[in-house]
Design a binder for this molecule. Structure first.
Ligand SMILES: Cc1ncc(COP(=O)(O)O)c(C=O)c1O
Length: 368
Protein backbone atom coordinates (compact mmCIF):
# COMPACT_ATOMS: atom_id res chain seq x y z
CA UNK A 1 0.00 0.00 0.00
CA UNK A 2 1.14 3.56 -0.68
CA UNK A 3 -0.16 6.44 1.45
CA UNK A 4 0.45 10.06 0.54
CA UNK A 5 0.31 12.97 2.91
CA UNK A 6 -2.46 14.44 0.74
CA UNK A 7 -4.48 13.45 -2.30
CA UNK A 8 -7.66 14.86 -3.83
CA UNK A 9 -8.53 12.01 -6.16
CA UNK A 10 -10.98 10.02 -4.02
CA UNK A 11 -12.79 13.21 -3.05
CA UNK A 12 -13.00 14.28 -6.69
CA UNK A 13 -14.41 10.91 -7.74
CA UNK A 14 -17.05 11.15 -4.98
CA UNK A 15 -18.05 14.67 -6.02
CA UNK A 16 -17.53 14.34 -9.75
CA UNK A 17 -21.16 14.95 -10.72
CA UNK A 18 -21.40 18.14 -8.68
CA UNK A 19 -18.07 19.43 -9.97
CA UNK A 20 -18.97 18.76 -13.60
CA UNK A 21 -22.40 20.32 -13.13
CA UNK A 22 -20.71 23.49 -11.84
CA UNK A 23 -18.30 23.59 -14.79
CA UNK A 24 -21.11 23.05 -17.31
CA UNK A 25 -23.19 25.78 -15.73
CA UNK A 26 -20.37 28.32 -15.99
CA UNK A 27 -19.34 27.40 -19.53
CA UNK A 28 -22.95 27.63 -20.72
CA UNK A 29 -23.51 30.97 -18.96
CA UNK A 30 -21.01 32.85 -21.15
CA UNK A 31 -19.78 34.71 -18.04
CA UNK A 32 -16.30 33.57 -17.06
CA UNK A 33 -15.01 36.48 -14.97
CA UNK A 34 -16.62 38.20 -11.95
CA UNK A 35 -20.14 36.88 -12.50
CA UNK A 36 -22.85 35.51 -10.23
CA UNK A 37 -20.82 32.55 -8.97
CA UNK A 38 -18.07 34.76 -7.60
CA UNK A 39 -20.63 37.10 -6.01
CA UNK A 40 -22.62 34.23 -4.48
CA UNK A 41 -19.51 32.45 -3.26
CA UNK A 42 -18.23 35.68 -1.66
CA UNK A 43 -21.52 36.03 0.21
CA UNK A 44 -21.79 32.38 1.16
CA UNK A 45 -18.20 31.99 2.29
CA UNK A 46 -18.09 35.23 4.30
CA UNK A 47 -21.36 34.21 6.00
CA UNK A 48 -19.82 30.81 6.80
CA UNK A 49 -16.97 32.73 8.48
CA UNK A 50 -19.49 34.74 10.56
CA UNK A 51 -18.41 37.88 8.71
CA UNK A 52 -20.04 40.19 6.19
CA UNK A 53 -18.13 40.70 2.97
CA UNK A 54 -15.90 38.55 0.80
CA UNK A 55 -13.70 39.67 -2.08
CA UNK A 56 -12.50 36.78 -4.23
CA UNK A 57 -8.99 36.94 -5.64
CA UNK A 58 -6.45 34.74 -7.33
CA UNK A 59 -4.61 33.49 -4.24
CA UNK A 60 -4.13 34.07 -0.53
CA UNK A 61 -0.76 35.65 -1.30
CA UNK A 62 -2.63 38.35 -3.21
CA UNK A 63 -5.30 38.50 -0.50
CA UNK A 64 -2.66 39.33 2.16
CA UNK A 65 -1.01 41.87 -0.13
CA UNK A 66 -4.34 43.60 -0.85
CA UNK A 67 -5.38 43.47 2.80
CA UNK A 68 -2.15 45.23 3.79
CA UNK A 69 -2.64 47.80 1.00
CA UNK A 70 -6.25 48.42 1.97
CA UNK A 71 -5.16 49.02 5.56
CA UNK A 72 -2.74 51.68 4.34
CA UNK A 73 0.59 49.88 4.78
CA UNK A 74 3.45 51.71 3.10
CA UNK A 75 7.09 50.88 2.34
CA UNK A 76 9.13 50.95 5.56
CA UNK A 77 6.19 50.14 7.85
CA UNK A 78 6.71 47.16 10.13
CA UNK A 79 4.33 44.21 10.32
CA UNK A 80 4.63 41.63 13.08
CA UNK A 81 4.12 37.97 12.28
CA UNK A 82 5.87 34.60 12.64
CA UNK A 83 8.77 33.01 10.80
CA UNK A 84 7.14 29.60 11.17
CA UNK A 85 4.62 29.99 8.35
CA UNK A 86 4.32 29.55 4.60
CA UNK A 87 6.62 31.94 2.74
CA UNK A 88 3.67 33.87 1.21
CA UNK A 89 2.63 35.34 4.58
CA UNK A 90 5.96 37.12 4.58
CA UNK A 91 6.42 37.66 0.84
CA UNK A 92 3.14 39.60 0.74
CA UNK A 93 4.51 41.98 3.38
CA UNK A 94 7.79 42.31 1.49
CA UNK A 95 5.94 42.93 -1.80
CA UNK A 96 4.70 46.24 -0.36
CA UNK A 97 8.20 47.19 0.76
CA UNK A 98 7.09 46.82 4.37
CA UNK A 99 9.30 45.03 6.89
CA UNK A 100 8.32 41.70 8.43
CA UNK A 101 9.19 41.40 12.14
CA UNK A 102 9.01 38.02 13.83
CA UNK A 103 8.00 36.72 17.22
CA UNK A 104 8.77 33.16 18.30
CA UNK A 105 6.23 30.34 18.64
CA UNK A 106 4.77 28.19 21.39
CA UNK A 107 6.54 24.79 21.27
CA UNK A 108 3.43 22.59 21.46
CA UNK A 109 0.85 24.50 19.41
CA UNK A 110 3.47 26.02 17.05
CA UNK A 111 1.43 29.25 17.11
CA UNK A 112 2.60 32.83 17.63
CA UNK A 113 3.84 33.72 21.14
CA UNK A 114 1.49 36.64 21.53
CA UNK A 115 3.12 38.00 24.70
CA UNK A 116 6.39 38.62 22.79
CA UNK A 117 4.71 41.12 20.47
CA UNK A 118 5.08 44.08 22.85
CA UNK A 119 8.85 43.53 22.91
CA UNK A 120 9.22 44.29 19.20
CA UNK A 121 6.68 47.08 18.69
CA UNK A 122 8.33 50.27 17.41
CA UNK A 123 6.89 53.59 16.17
CA UNK A 124 6.94 52.03 12.66
CA UNK A 125 4.75 49.04 13.61
CA UNK A 126 1.40 49.21 11.83
CA UNK A 127 -0.15 45.80 12.27
CA UNK A 128 0.01 42.12 13.07
CA UNK A 129 -0.61 39.12 10.85
CA UNK A 130 -1.86 36.29 13.05
CA UNK A 131 -1.32 33.01 11.26
CA UNK A 132 -3.85 30.38 12.35
CA UNK A 133 -1.35 27.67 11.51
CA UNK A 134 -2.07 23.99 10.81
CA UNK A 135 -5.81 24.53 11.42
CA UNK A 136 -5.79 26.13 14.86
CA UNK A 137 -6.37 29.74 15.95
CA UNK A 138 -3.94 32.07 17.69
CA UNK A 139 -4.81 33.33 21.21
CA UNK A 140 -7.09 36.06 19.82
CA UNK A 141 -8.34 37.68 23.05
CA UNK A 142 -4.83 38.54 24.16
CA UNK A 143 -3.83 39.55 20.64
CA UNK A 144 -6.83 41.86 20.29
CA UNK A 145 -5.97 43.48 23.62
CA UNK A 146 -2.36 44.12 22.57
CA UNK A 147 -3.41 45.43 19.15
CA UNK A 148 -5.97 47.81 20.66
CA UNK A 149 -3.47 49.11 23.24
CA UNK A 150 -0.89 49.98 20.56
CA UNK A 151 -3.39 50.96 17.86
CA UNK A 152 -2.37 48.19 15.47
CA UNK A 153 -4.56 46.39 12.95
CA UNK A 154 -4.85 42.60 12.85
CA UNK A 155 -5.03 40.46 9.73
CA UNK A 156 -5.87 36.81 10.30
CA UNK A 157 -4.03 34.59 7.83
CA UNK A 158 -6.60 31.80 7.59
CA UNK A 159 -5.07 29.96 4.63
CA UNK A 160 -4.87 26.84 6.83
CA UNK A 161 -7.88 27.33 9.07
CA UNK A 162 -11.21 27.41 7.24
CA UNK A 163 -13.84 26.45 9.79
CA UNK A 164 -11.50 26.54 12.80
CA UNK A 165 -12.94 28.19 15.90
CA UNK A 166 -11.66 30.16 18.89
CA UNK A 167 -14.07 30.37 21.83
CA UNK A 168 -16.89 29.54 19.41
CA UNK A 169 -15.91 32.31 16.98
CA UNK A 170 -14.97 31.40 13.44
CA UNK A 171 -11.47 31.91 12.07
CA UNK A 172 -11.77 34.98 9.89
CA UNK A 173 -14.30 36.82 12.06
CA UNK A 174 -11.93 38.23 14.68
CA UNK A 175 -9.88 40.89 12.87
CA UNK A 176 -10.00 43.83 10.48
CA UNK A 177 -9.44 41.66 7.41
CA UNK A 178 -8.88 37.94 7.16
CA UNK A 179 -7.40 36.13 4.21
CA UNK A 180 -8.15 32.65 2.87
CA UNK A 181 -6.57 30.34 0.31
CA UNK A 182 -8.45 27.88 -1.87
CA UNK A 183 -5.26 26.23 -3.11
CA UNK A 184 -6.05 22.55 -3.81
CA UNK A 185 -4.63 21.14 -0.55
CA UNK A 186 -6.58 23.51 1.67
CA UNK A 187 -9.54 22.60 3.89
CA UNK A 188 -11.74 24.22 1.26
CA UNK A 189 -9.60 23.60 -1.80
CA UNK A 190 -10.39 24.13 -5.46
CA UNK A 191 -8.88 22.70 -8.62
CA UNK A 192 -6.42 25.54 -9.08
CA UNK A 193 -5.46 28.75 -7.32
CA UNK A 194 -7.91 30.96 -5.49
CA UNK A 195 -8.18 33.20 -2.44
CA UNK A 196 -10.42 35.64 -0.59
CA UNK A 197 -10.32 38.64 1.73
CA UNK A 198 -13.10 38.59 4.31
CA UNK A 199 -14.10 41.63 6.36
CA UNK A 200 -16.97 43.12 8.33
CA UNK A 201 -15.84 46.66 7.46
CA UNK A 202 -17.91 48.02 4.54
CA UNK A 203 -15.43 50.87 4.04
CA UNK A 204 -12.66 48.48 3.05
CA UNK A 205 -14.70 46.51 0.53
CA UNK A 206 -14.66 48.85 -2.47
CA UNK A 207 -10.96 49.54 -2.02
CA UNK A 208 -10.17 45.80 -2.12
CA UNK A 209 -12.49 45.29 -5.09
CA UNK A 210 -10.62 48.01 -6.99
CA UNK A 211 -7.24 46.55 -6.08
CA UNK A 212 -8.13 43.22 -7.68
CA UNK A 213 -9.48 44.92 -10.83
CA UNK A 214 -6.82 47.32 -12.21
CA UNK A 215 -7.92 50.06 -9.78
CA UNK A 216 -11.26 50.33 -11.59
CA UNK A 217 -14.89 50.32 -10.45
CA UNK A 218 -16.31 50.73 -13.92
CA UNK A 219 -14.49 49.20 -16.83
CA UNK A 220 -11.69 51.13 -18.57
CA UNK A 221 -11.41 53.87 -15.90
CA UNK A 222 -8.83 53.53 -13.14
CA UNK A 223 -9.52 55.53 -9.98
CA UNK A 224 -6.22 54.39 -8.53
CA UNK A 225 -3.33 52.04 -9.14
CA UNK A 226 -4.53 48.44 -9.10
CA UNK A 227 -3.75 44.90 -10.20
CA UNK A 228 -5.45 41.94 -11.81
CA UNK A 229 -6.25 39.22 -9.33
CA UNK A 230 -9.70 37.73 -9.70
CA UNK A 231 -11.22 34.49 -8.53
CA UNK A 232 -12.43 32.77 -11.71
CA UNK A 233 -16.11 31.92 -12.16
CA UNK A 234 -15.14 28.29 -12.75
CA UNK A 235 -13.31 28.02 -9.45
CA UNK A 236 -16.04 29.93 -7.59
CA UNK A 237 -18.76 27.64 -8.99
CA UNK A 238 -16.86 24.53 -7.88
CA UNK A 239 -16.02 26.03 -4.50
CA UNK A 240 -19.71 26.83 -3.93
CA UNK A 241 -20.49 23.14 -4.31
CA UNK A 242 -17.63 22.16 -2.04
CA UNK A 243 -18.65 24.70 0.60
CA UNK A 244 -21.81 22.62 1.07
CA UNK A 245 -19.57 19.80 2.34
CA UNK A 246 -17.12 21.78 4.48
CA UNK A 247 -18.49 20.65 7.84
CA UNK A 248 -18.31 17.05 6.71
CA UNK A 249 -14.69 17.58 5.57
CA UNK A 250 -13.76 19.06 8.94
CA UNK A 251 -15.59 16.33 10.88
CA UNK A 252 -13.68 13.70 8.93
CA UNK A 253 -10.39 15.46 9.60
CA UNK A 254 -11.21 15.64 13.32
CA UNK A 255 -12.20 11.95 13.34
CA UNK A 256 -8.87 10.96 11.75
CA UNK A 257 -6.97 13.22 14.17
CA UNK A 258 -8.77 11.63 17.12
CA UNK A 259 -7.81 8.18 15.91
CA UNK A 260 -4.15 9.20 15.45
CA UNK A 261 -4.26 10.78 18.95
CA UNK A 262 -5.61 7.62 20.48
CA UNK A 263 -3.42 5.13 18.66
CA UNK A 264 -0.14 7.04 18.88
CA UNK A 265 -0.40 8.46 22.38
CA UNK A 266 1.89 5.80 23.86
CA UNK A 267 4.73 6.49 21.42
CA UNK A 268 7.53 9.03 21.84
CA UNK A 269 5.96 11.37 19.26
CA UNK A 270 4.73 14.77 20.43
CA UNK A 271 1.17 14.90 19.13
CA UNK A 272 -0.82 18.03 18.18
CA UNK A 273 -2.09 20.10 21.05
CA UNK A 274 -5.67 21.28 20.55
CA UNK A 275 -5.89 24.25 22.90
CA UNK A 276 -8.95 24.21 25.20
CA UNK A 277 -10.44 27.40 23.69
CA UNK A 278 -10.03 26.11 20.13
CA UNK A 279 -11.77 23.86 17.67
CA UNK A 280 -8.89 22.57 15.54
CA UNK A 281 -9.77 22.02 11.87
CA UNK A 282 -6.68 19.80 11.31
CA UNK A 283 -5.53 21.20 8.01
CA UNK A 284 -2.47 19.12 8.78
CA UNK A 285 -1.64 16.75 11.64
CA UNK A 286 1.80 17.80 12.81
CA UNK A 287 3.86 15.56 15.07
CA UNK A 288 7.27 16.16 16.51
CA UNK A 289 10.27 13.93 17.26
CA UNK A 290 13.99 14.67 17.72
CA UNK A 291 14.81 11.80 15.32
CA UNK A 292 12.41 13.10 12.67
CA UNK A 293 14.60 12.50 9.61
CA UNK A 294 15.30 8.84 10.37
CA UNK A 295 11.67 8.14 11.17
CA UNK A 296 10.57 9.76 7.90
CA UNK A 297 13.13 7.71 5.96
CA UNK A 298 11.80 4.49 7.46
CA UNK A 299 8.24 5.52 6.67
CA UNK A 300 9.27 6.24 3.08
CA UNK A 301 10.70 2.73 2.79
CA UNK A 302 7.20 1.54 3.70
CA UNK A 303 5.67 3.77 1.01
CA UNK A 304 4.29 6.38 3.42
CA UNK A 305 5.14 9.70 1.80
CA UNK A 306 5.09 12.57 4.25
CA UNK A 307 5.76 16.27 4.29
CA UNK A 308 7.37 18.86 6.56
CA UNK A 309 5.57 22.16 7.07
CA UNK A 310 8.01 23.82 7.26
CA UNK A 311 11.61 22.60 7.15
CA UNK A 312 13.19 26.09 7.08
CA UNK A 313 12.14 29.08 9.17
CA UNK A 314 11.74 32.07 6.89
CA UNK A 315 14.23 34.27 8.80
CA UNK A 316 16.99 31.75 7.95
CA UNK A 317 16.27 31.69 4.18
CA UNK A 318 18.64 33.49 1.82
CA UNK A 319 15.67 35.32 0.30
CA UNK A 320 15.12 37.05 3.66
CA UNK A 321 18.73 37.52 4.77
CA UNK A 322 18.28 41.24 4.20
CA UNK A 323 15.99 41.39 7.24
CA UNK A 324 19.07 40.91 9.41
CA UNK A 325 18.00 37.93 11.51
CA UNK A 326 20.47 35.21 12.40
CA UNK A 327 20.22 31.61 13.52
CA UNK A 328 19.44 31.60 17.24
CA UNK A 329 17.12 34.61 17.13
CA UNK A 330 13.93 32.51 17.25
CA UNK A 331 14.95 29.36 19.12
CA UNK A 332 11.56 27.61 19.37
CA UNK A 333 10.84 28.24 15.69
CA UNK A 334 14.25 26.87 14.67
CA UNK A 335 14.01 23.81 16.92
CA UNK A 336 10.52 22.95 15.69
CA UNK A 337 11.63 23.17 12.04
CA UNK A 338 14.15 20.38 12.73
CA UNK A 339 11.71 18.09 14.49
CA UNK A 340 8.23 18.36 12.99
CA UNK A 341 6.55 16.37 10.23
CA UNK A 342 2.99 15.86 9.08
CA UNK A 343 1.05 12.60 8.94
CA UNK A 344 -1.37 11.89 6.08
CA UNK A 345 -4.48 14.02 6.57
CA UNK A 346 -7.34 14.60 4.18
CA UNK A 347 -11.07 13.86 4.51
CA UNK A 348 -11.14 10.84 2.21
CA UNK A 349 -8.13 9.07 3.79
CA UNK A 350 -9.53 5.55 4.30
CA UNK A 351 -9.65 3.63 7.57
CA UNK A 352 -7.24 1.06 6.08
CA UNK A 353 -4.77 3.78 5.05
CA UNK A 354 -4.95 5.27 8.56
CA UNK A 355 -4.35 1.81 10.04
CA UNK A 356 -1.33 1.29 7.80
CA UNK A 357 0.20 4.60 8.93
CA UNK A 358 -0.57 3.91 12.61
CA UNK A 359 0.75 0.34 12.59
CA UNK A 360 3.90 1.24 10.67
CA UNK A 361 4.64 4.16 12.99
CA UNK A 362 4.05 2.05 16.09
CA UNK A 363 6.43 -0.57 14.72
CA UNK A 364 9.15 1.99 13.89
CA UNK A 365 8.79 3.81 17.20
CA UNK A 366 9.18 0.63 19.26
CA UNK A 367 12.94 1.14 19.04
CA UNK A 368 12.78 4.73 20.38
C1 LIG B 1 -0.30 30.23 6.08
C2 LIG B 1 -0.41 30.51 4.62
N1 LIG B 1 -0.52 31.78 4.20
C3 LIG B 1 -0.63 32.09 2.89
C4 LIG B 1 -0.62 31.12 1.92
C5 LIG B 1 -0.70 31.50 0.49
O1 LIG B 1 -1.77 30.90 -0.17
P1 LIG B 1 -1.83 30.84 -1.75
O2 LIG B 1 -1.09 29.63 -2.17
O3 LIG B 1 -3.30 30.74 -2.04
O4 LIG B 1 -1.24 32.09 -2.27
C6 LIG B 1 -0.51 29.78 2.31
C7 LIG B 1 -0.48 28.70 1.30
O5 LIG B 1 0.42 27.90 1.25
C8 LIG B 1 -0.40 29.45 3.68
O6 LIG B 1 -0.30 28.19 4.10
Amino acid sequence: MQVKVWSYLKEYLNEKDEVHEAIEQVLNSEVLILGENVKDFENEFSAYCQSKYGIGVNSATDAIFFALKALGVKPGDEIITVSNTAVPTVSAIAAIGAIPKFVDIEPTSFLMKVEQIVDIITPKTKGIIAVHLFGQCVEMDLLTEVAAKYNLFIIEDCAQSHGAQYKGRMAGSMSHISTFSFYPTKILGGYGDGGMMVTADSELVNKMKRLRFYGMEKTYYAIEHGYNSRLDELHAAILRKKLLHIDEYINNRRRIAKRYDEELKHTSLQLPNELPENKHAYYIYVVRHPDRNKIMEKLKEKNILLNISYPWPIHTMTGYEYLGYKVGDLPETEKAANEIFSLPMYPSLTFEEQSYVINTLNEILKSY
